[in-house]
Write a protein that binds this ligand. Structure first.
Ligand SMILES: NC(=O)c1ccc[n+]([C@@H]2O[C@H](COP(=O)([O-])OP(=O)(O)OC[C@H]3O[C@@H](n4cnc5c(N)ncnc54)[C@H](OP(=O)(O)O)[C@@H]3O)[C@@H](O)[C@H]2O)c1
Length: 344
């Protein structure tokens, strides 16, 4: 089969589109013919080796955390799934990923794919959809009638977060630029702040929200300013850099890492099929273009990595110093925004 792989950690140029062995299902696994995968910044972090202490990869490694496809083989011990089932999943980061024609996946991470969207497009749901769900309902404990500021609502995580928060009965203030403003409003945001016109902390100075959800890359100072917008006893929940450990005023600060949860993913799929949750795809490309997508994401990923290193220091800062080329953006490749789906 054809797959995108890398044989060592490094910059986007380590990604090669090449022949690889077609997987066979192990015990508890199925093999899925991939209809689509998608790009996430976590793919860049793994490729650059920034998390190799926690998540060491076996080389050659096939990236791609998000999967949408059709089951072609079922391994021993799998009773809930059959050949021909269309599925979606968030795959484990240290196992072979979905940037290939076929992938072996544990049956435990699978959910039935939505019926109402193109199967490849469903790859735009798992990681960012689960991250939005878990941030809102596991970590922020968002309830009907509460106010929430979603900073970075124009992002893929933000699109799901706005829809889910509005449907939960929250009063949603969202930051979005010209590219995303109308879409974010159509998702149910009550108020939009164009962060490119007025910085969010300036536009909302003196106001307070039960929850501030941080989806935009930010350094410690900007996070501290956003924490000031949280009401006493509220929550600052970040999927990017963490907020201060002790925020005072009874404000909880939480740093979220989206994790696989097949039940939650099935719930998100049900909402998609009920017409309640829109899947937004910014662009669709052939899988062979994955290296170009990583290159286009490199500018913003370098910023995310630099900010994370500022906050975390330690191993991460050391790795960035040791191998800056792993996160450097090649010249003249343009920028990436929104969800990119890639199909073999
Ligand atoms: N912790 C986790 O588990 C996890 C999981 C997934 C993603 N993430 C992180 O979450 C963030 C969003 O990811 P994504 O894949 O959803 O990204 P994405 O769709 O590519 O989002 C990019 C968009 O974010 C908005 N944005 C960027 N900087 C902003 C700022 N300073 N203020 C307000 N909005 C800003 C822009 O929206 P406009 O179009 O409105 O300008 C931009 O188009 C990334 O930092 C990513 O690394 C974390």
């Amino acid at each position: 089969m054809m797959a995108v792989r890398y044989h060592s950690y490094g910059g986007s140029d380590v990604l090669v589109y090449e022949e690889a062995d077609r997987p066979v299902p192990g015990v508890g696994q199925v093999v899925v013919q991939v209809a689509g995968t998608s790009y996430n910044d976590a793919d860049s972090g793994l490729r650059a080796g920034l998390r190799q202490d926690m998540l060491p990869l076996a080389f050659p490694h096939i990236p791609g955390l998000d999967l949408a496809g059709v089951i072609t083989a079922v391994g021993e011990g799998v009773s809930d799934w059959s050949v021909g089932n269309a599925v979606v999943a968030l795959l484990p980061a240290d196992a072979p990923g979905a940037a290939a024609e076929y992938v072996a996946a544990s049956a435990e991470v699978l959910a039935t794919a939505p019926r109402t969207v193109e199967l490849a497009d469903a790859a735009a749901l798992p990681l960012v959809g689960l991250t939005a769900w878990q941030a809102l309902f596991e970590h922020a404990d968002l309830k009907s009638g509460q106010s929430i500021l979603i900073n970075g609502a124009g992002s893929a995580v933000g699109g799901y977060a706005v829809q889910l928060a509005a449907q939960a009965g929250a009063i949603v203030t969202a930051t979005a630029g010209a590219r995303s403003r109308d879409r974010v409003r159509s998702y149910g945001a009550d108020r939009i702040v164009d962060y490119a016109v007025t910085p969010v902390v300036q536009a909302l100075a003196g106001q307070h929200f039960d929850v501030v959800l941080q989806l935009a890359p930010a350094g410690p100072e900007e996070n501290a300013q956003l924490v000031d917008l949280v009401a006493d006893g509220g929550a600052f929940v970040s999927v990017t850099t963490p907020g201060p450990e002790d925020a005072g005023r009874g404000v909880r600060t939480v740093h979220v890492f989206g994790r696989s949860d097949a039940t939650q993913l099935a719930n998100l799929v049900a909402r998609v099929d009920a017409g309640e949750l829109a899947i937004e795809v910014a662009q669709r490309l052939p899988l062979a273009d994955l290296a170009t997508v990583h290159a286009r994401a490199a500018g913003r990923f370098a910023r995310i990595a630099e900010l994370a290193a500022q906050v975390e220091g330690g191993d991460l800062a050391e790795r960035l110093r040791a191998d800056p080329a792993a996160v450097r953006a090649p010249a003249a490749v343009g920028e990436l925004a929104g969800k990119t789906v890639l199909a073999p």
